[in-house]
Design a protein around this ligand. Structure first.
Ligand SMILES: Cc1ncc(CNC=O)c(N)n1
Length: 230
């Protein structure tokens, strides 16, 4: 064992522990009926349009959240230059994503300026705002960031697996979050979160775990919007 790092010895990282412990909720967030209906090709297109408009609102609120995590990274850790680069890549992708939402909305006849955020969306955005407070530790914020991205990555990658038949007009959506590059980006965020969690106090670890669970719950509620939730 001498000279080996924890990872080489197969030490279980915190995110792995949580994904096992909270498996049911994680599966609920990543295998939601909305995602299943895309994967199986029987999605009702009005649900898709609802999701599109609501997600645009969410993504706009997500940008300042990402900026706040990036700002915390600059202040904190010794590995900050790696962390900042990973997140800057995420910011660039968000710029592209907002342009994509506009293009997609016009394709589907969704008027983005008319979107009224639904209750679950408002709650999720308010939660993001609470995480932007300077009192929220970098470790807690990066855990939330990873979880938010990972849910979308895993959900849409699921729609691209062999034997699935997402409608051709939704392929691009699935690719956007289900592609390999986005998967690698999520892994990079996860590594940062695990590294931070390894050196965190019990108190911060507990806060991060609660935050992780809140993200999963908000994601489930968000998917529910497209199925007529409010
Ligand atoms: C509700 C929700 N969660 C996560 C994402 C993925 N992050 C950025 O696009 C998203 N677009 N929407």
């Amino acid at each position: 064992m001498e000279g080996k790092t924890g990872e080489e010895m197969g030490k279980t990282l915190m995110t792995e522990t949580w994904l096992r412990k909270h498996r049911l909720l994680y599966v609920g967030a990543t295998r939601h009926p909305f995602i299943r209906s895309i994967r199986d090709g029987n999605i009702d297109l009005s649900s898709f349009k609802t999701w599109l408009g609501q997600d645009y609102v969410f993504v706009r609120a997500f940008v300042p959240f990402v900026a706040s995590v990036l700002s915390k990274a600059c202040k904190g850790s010794d590995n900050s230059s790696n962390d900042v680069e990973v997140m800057l890549g995420g910011m660039a992708a968000l710029n592209d994503e907002i342009a994509w939402f506009k293009k997609e909305a016009s394709k589907w006849g969704v008027q983005l300026s008319d979107i009224v955020p639904q209750k679950a969306n408002q709650n999720y955005c308010r939660f993001l705002e609470s995480l932007m407070s300077p009192e929220v530790e970098y470790t807690v914020a990066i855990t939330a960031f990873w979880a938010i991205e990972a849910v979308y990555q895993e959900s849409f990658a699921h729609c691209l697996e062999d034997g699935t038949k997402p409608p051709p007009e939704l392929q691009e959506t699935c690719q956007r979050w289900g592609n390999e590059g986005f998967g690698q980006y999520c892994n990079a965020l996860r590594k940062i979160a695990d590294r931070q969690l390894e050196k965190a106090s019990d108190d911060v670890i507990t806060k991060a775990e609660v935050t992780f669970l809140r993200v999963l719950e908000h994601e489930v509620d968000f998917w529910n919007i497209s199925h007529g939730g409010t």
